[in-house]
Design a protein around this ligand. Structure first.
Ligand SMILES: [Zn+2]
Length: 718
């Protein structure tokens, strides 16, 4: 394995058109923060960078909707992000932004360098154009149906449902998000990165971890789902990708280049360069060199992202870095999957989320409680689930009952028995071991067990298994609890004969609290500070504390010396009652309904009165009564039910998007209205032969349009 002198850690730049939700935290931020904090405590040279992603079409769309300047939008969210991250204890060394002059310069230099090297192909193509708005429709200005998963609200650059990266022209039934019109195709010229040209080295780099025979990473260290996505991209064949856009917001294509007028850099070209400009900003402010972090092959670069960004970080950005020539490639991209919320996908556009800044208002002193639950249920290998009940259980059963109770007992008893002074221990003293082997315990043996746990924790963090690592932290607390439970020093203390035994046990219990202060730091930094206070120690600076602790224990030395005076007891965590949780659940319900009332770019068209059609056109539709015979859920589609209907003379199969409104049991036997002569369409592999008519209310709820009384199936509706 390669040795590294320094570590550059990046978290995906959050996009500045909406606040942060728990899914963001669980995706790219907590994981990176754990890794950065741990590595600092292992005496590594760590630089942890992030910033706001403030360019691209979604910003201008949002600005238009809110009737303000784009700068106002990015300023608002940049400030909110910075504040939210700080409050949640994210330990970025720099938090930059891509609307800064430094970033514009950096991104333009990069573009110019590639341009001069002849890495781009200039190409004319036809792109969507909205004639009413008189502008090209870049990326999020177009919405339509995803060609891969049939999701109806896919964007021109990406489908948020299946994560696939798209070209606007791939969308089925494309629609301008400005006017709702069907866009026209119009010719325009752009600069393309010929990804196909890099295919062979990308393949070697992804599959074998080597470039030109040099080992750069070990593929077995990469997560399976990351490798899988990369391989399927490469196997599908890489195509040239446009690196510029027709937009009026973002980084200008350098003016030295002919035809650059009105063109901006593609946001996914400039956003990862944001990591570089953030590094420059940090170097400027700290009088350091930025280049070793990006250009020295003794630097290990790790990108923490969500799964929707894999292709950009594993294929496009590496291709750009390699084309430039001076830059290192990422050593790992430990992307997380998605976190769902109470059984549904988190959605910014549908306002269905737990917003982190609102959580902080409702629970101002419970940052670590949220961090704990999010890490415990982090979507490391597959999608995971946030539930308020789960949050409450984790808080009450694990943080309060295990961690806080153990620590409180140790601090209270040490103060009570020894005036807060850590007692001496007797090396030969026997007591009940906290382990399960039934052998007697000794002070040094228990320290060794602690050492083993810390070693295990360290291995998990290095392998990006943060859930497992967190379990080890709790195991340290459980072991400390056992030590007290098995030996019951509060009983032993009543007999003077046991004085040395109680001292030895209490000394060990204090060592467990001291280990927790350092071991919990990457996960629960606020709790670590409280533990420092309880132990009468200075707050952890994150320099080499973990390494020192391991070295001490390996030599058989305790973490804290006898004779040290600890602080006074207070509780680390408190219970969460049902009321607090119910409040959050009803808030979630209100939020998601609230949004259905607000017309958004994609739903407003539905609510408007439609323009007149000729009577002849109406009569072309064959609408009939039908009864639902069977219903089943369509696999991997939250909204879809597959229905079998009786039309009197025949049976039909229809796929209908009503699964969020009706259970399968509720619909069987219902008589409904059905359009029978729509062209059959394959939805998720099922051929749908018609459409059920539904009435939609202001809250977005749906109900069937049914005959007034039971009627013959197949009756014509006119
Ligand atoms: Zn899709």
């Amino acid at each position: 394995m390669r040795e590294f002198d320094r570590l550059l850690i990046t978290s995906a730049l959050p996009y500045a058109n909406g606040p942060l939700h728990i899914g963001h935290l669980a995706g790219a931020y907590l994981s990176a923060d754990i890794y950065a904090r741990f590595m600092r405590m292992m005496e590594k040279d760590v630089l942890f960078v992030c910033g706001s992603d403030e360019n691209g079409a979604a910003i201008t769309i949002r600005a238009k909707k809110d009737r303000v300047e784009p700068q106002k939008i990015v300023d608002t969210y940049h400030t909110l992000f910075k504040d939210t991250f700080e409050q949640m204890g994210l330990s970025f060394d720099v938090y930059h932004r891509t609307s800064s002059a430094l970033h514009h310069e950096t991104a333009q230099e990069f573009f110019m360098d590639l341009f001069k090297k002849g890495e781009f192909i200039e190409q004319e193509s036809e792109q969507f154009f909205d004639a009413t708005a008189n502008q090209f429709l870049a990326d999020r200005y177009v919405m339509g149906q995803c060609p891969n998963c049939d999701y109806e609200e896919a964007y021109g650059d990406q489908c948020e449902n299946c994560g696939s990266s798209l070209n606007a022209t791939d969308l089925i039934h494309p629609k301008s998000t400005i006017s709702g019109n069907i866009p026209q195709l119009k010719k325009t010229t752009h600069w393309y990165l010929p990804l196909d040209k890099y295919e062979s080295w990308l393949k070697e780099w992804i599959n074998n971890g080597t470039v030109d025979g040099t080992e750069l990473h070990r593929p077995e260290d990469w997560k399976n789902h990351v490798l899988g996505q990369c391989k399927s991209w490469i196997e599908g064949g890489l195509n040239p990708r446009s690196m510029t856009r027709d937009l009026n917001w973002g980084v200008d294509v350098p003016s030295e280049i002919n035809g650059s007028e009105g063109k901006k850099l593609y946001v996914w070209l400039d956003a990862p360069i944001g990591y570089i400009s953030a590094t420059k900003k940090w170097a400027e402010e700290n009088e350091k060199e930025w280049e070793p972090y990006w250009k020295d092959d003794k630097t290990k670069l790790v990108h923490f992202i969500g799964k929707d960004n894999i292709v950009f970080h594993c294929i496009i950005f590496p291709a750009i870095l390699k084309a430039h020539g001076d830059y290192i490639l990422p050593e790992n991209v430990p992307a997380n999957q998605f976190m769902n919320l109470e059984g549904r996908k988190i959605s910014t556009s549908k306002n269905y989320a737990v917003w982190v800044h609102e959580y902080l208002k409702d629970f101002p002193d419970r940052q670590d409680e949220l961090r704990y639950y999010m890490i415990k249920s982090m979507p490391e290998q597959k999608d995971s689930e946030f539930t308020w009940k789960g949050f409450q259980d984790a808080n009450n059963n694990e943080l309060v009952n295990n961690l806080a109770n153990f620590v409180n007992r140790v601090i209270v008893l040490t103060n009570k028995y020894y005036d807060g002074i850590i007692p001496e221990f007797d090396m030969d003293m026997e007591f009940e071991s906290a382990g399960e082997d039934g052998l007697p315990g000794f002070h040094d043996g228990e320290l060794l067990a602690l050492f083993d746990l810390l070693h295990e924790l360290s291995d998990h963090i290095r392998a990006y298994n943060f859930r497992e690592a967190l379990k080890v932290v709790m195991a340290i607390s459980s072991r400390g609890n056992q030590l007290l439970q098995f030996n019951e020093p509060w009983k032993l203390v009543k007999d003077e004969e046991n004085e040395d035994k109680v001292k030895t046990i209490m000394n060990l219990a204090c060592q467990h609290v001291a280990a927790l202060r350092i071991a919990c730091r990457p996960f629960l930094p606020f709790t670590s500070d409280k533990l420092s206070e309880l132990l009468g120690l200075p707050a952890i600076e994150e320099k080499d504390e973990f390494l020192l602790m391991q070295d001490n224990l390996a030599e058989g030395f305790p973490i804290m010396e006898a004779g040290h005076k600890i602080g006074k007891a207070f509780h680390l965590f408190s219970r969460l009652d049902d009321k607090a949780i119910e409040g959050q659940l009803s808030k979630l319900k209100e939020m998601s309904f609230e949004d259905f009332k607000k017309p958004t770019a994609n739903t407003s068209a539905k609510k408007e009165t439609k323009s007149a059609v000729a009577f002849n056109d109406f009569t072309k539709l064959d609408i009939r009564t039908a009864t639902i015979l069977t219903a089943e859920k369509v696999k991997k589609a939250d909204k879809l039910l597959k229905l079998e209907l009786d039309l009197g003379t025949e049976k039909r199969t229809v796929v209908s998007g009503i699964a969020e409104h009706y259970s399968t049991d509720e619909v069987v036997g219902k008589q409904v209205s059905m359009i029978t002569n729509l062209e059959p369409r394959k939805i998720r592999g099922v051929l749908s032969q018609g459409m059920i008519l539904m009435a939609e209310d202001n809250e977005g709820k749906l109900c069937f349009v049914s005959p007034e009384k039971p009627w013959t199936n197949g009756a014509s509706i006119r």
